[in-house]
Design a protein around this ligand. Structure first.
Ligand SMILES: Cc1ncc(COP(=O)(O)O)c(C=O)c1O
Length: 415
């Protein structure tokens, strides 16, 4: 009989296979110092474009004060236990009600993590008779939620409403046979390409089909829409989103997440979501700190305005310099180049060591073979000077990439 661990030595997985060369540099890097555009990497300050701190709230003095006052008052342990048993508080309920008014949904449930929240919400809302129609590029948490789903699912081509409609025809027929319902699941903003889910067009399909729409708006909350209430607000179709999810891990610069929906759905989730019933509630500093962050998002539009000023300068400047930034219409800024994985590592090494620019590098299997994606996340606390420095550095490394300077057989050595 095999040892269960044998296969782990043979197959580390598509990313794990590079672990020995990449660990600590390309993967699991340590960014140190105050969260912001300038952080230390291996002892040297870098201009950093790799944090989802969209609104710059992570170390805003008012946010840090709210978090630390709450930690002083309550510690990190309170409340002990799951919400249902012994972990509820007035602050948890206040945050839910503040979020509900902000996103204009009747009710909200807080979640202790975004990823497991989505997995568990999909698990709770669907039974074996229900049929799911979902976007091919849906986030891993949606895919993992669907792994728990015992009924059928139909995938539609990424952001292709025509194909979504085709799959809805199949799903509707099947649900009529099984006696279940249909749920469409997509993202509000796709975190790699920066494209928006076609929410308005999907909502319009409700005129022809009977389904409920679940939207994961992790990257849209705080960044999109007039008030920052997300991609539904941006596309003027928030009412058509039946289950609205977002995380605190991005614009809210924290941890935790929430779902907004109609009161019966939220009541059902409170009493049926296994990830919330069998896990500890969010600690008080995160809850009190999130109330503060949300108040700032609501009352201080300058954070979102600053973000978009940087987004426009960065994306406009990159396009003007001839870079391919794909089809983003959101702050997520991919820069698409052609090259091998070794070339990607040599270029990123050069960018980090000689230009002091730190951004995430994305290669196969996340993007197709032969594509190198440098992923930039602009934030409200970057400056126009940061944008200019970065575009100049990108021009320089791209010309080296094009002239073959990074063409090597092996990954960059970083020890
Ligand atoms: C689209 C999307 N959904 C869900 C999550 C998971 O959220 P969390 O980090 O709160 O677990 C993420 C990443 O943070 C995400 O990008």
């Amino acid at each position: 009989m095999k040892d269960i661990f044998d296969k782990l030595y043979d197959k580390m997985g598509p990313l794990g296979m590079h672990a020995d060369d990449a660990h600590g540099y390309f993967t699991f890097p340590k960014l140190e110092g105050q969260i912001g555009p300038r952080m230390m990497f291996r002892g040297v300050e870098k201009l950093n474009w790799s944090l989802n701190n969209y609104l710059g709230l992570a170390n805003h003095p008012d946010v840090m004060k709210a978090d630390s006052d709450a930690a002083t008052q309550f510690g990190m342990a309170y409340p002990m236990g799951a919400r249902m048993m012994s972990g509820n508080s007035n602050y948890h309920e206040q945050l839910e009600s503040d979020l509900a008014s902000f996103i204009e949904k009747p009710d909200v449930i807080l979640l202790n993590f975004g990823y497991q929240g989505v997995v568990s919400a999909i698990d709770a809302l669907l039974d074996r008779h229900d049929v799911v129609v979902y976007d091919a590029e849906a986030h891993a948490c949606i895919i993992d939620g669907l792994r728990l789903h015992l009924g059928k699912r139909f995938v539609y081509k990424h952001n292709n409403v025509e194909d979504c409609e085709k799959q809805l025809v199949r799903a509707t027929k099947l649900a009529e046979e099984t006696g279940g319902g249909v749920m469409v699941i997509t993202e509000g903003v796709f975190g790699m390409s920066g494209s928006q889910g076609k929410l308005k067009e999907i909502v319009a399909l409700k005129e022809k089909f009977n389904f409920r729409l679940f939207v994961d708006d992790a990257h849209g909350f705080g960044t999109m829409g007039k008030t920052g209430a997300g991609t539904g607000e941006e596309q003027n179709c928030q009412d058509g989103i039946d289950v609205y999810f977002s995380t605190f891990a991005k614009s809210m610069a924290g941890i935790g997440a929430f779902i907004g929906s109609e009161p019966n759905v939220i009541k059902f989730l409170r009493y049926n979501m296994r990830s919330q019933i069998y896990a500890k509630a969010l600690p008080m500093p995160m809850v009190v700190g999130s109330i503060k962050r949300l108040e700032m998002i609501r009352t201080q539009p300058e954070h979102k305005d600053n973000l978009w000023k940087i987004v426009h300068a960065l994306q406009g400047g990159l396009k003007e310099a001839g870079f391919n930034i794909g089809i983003t219409t959101t702050p997520v800024t991919p820069v698409l180049l052609n090259g091998t994985i070794p070339e990607a590592t040599h270029m990123t090494y050069d960018l980090r060591e000689n230009y002091n620019i730190f951004c995430s590098i994305v290669v196969y299997p996340v993007v197709p073979k032969g594509v190198i994606m440098l992923r930039l996340i602009p934030t409200a606390v970057h400056t126009l000077e940061d944008v200019e420095t970065t575009i100049n550095a990108f021009k320089s490394v791209k010309s080296k990439l094009d002239s073959g300077d990074y063409r090597k057989e092996t990954l960059a050595s970083v020890s």
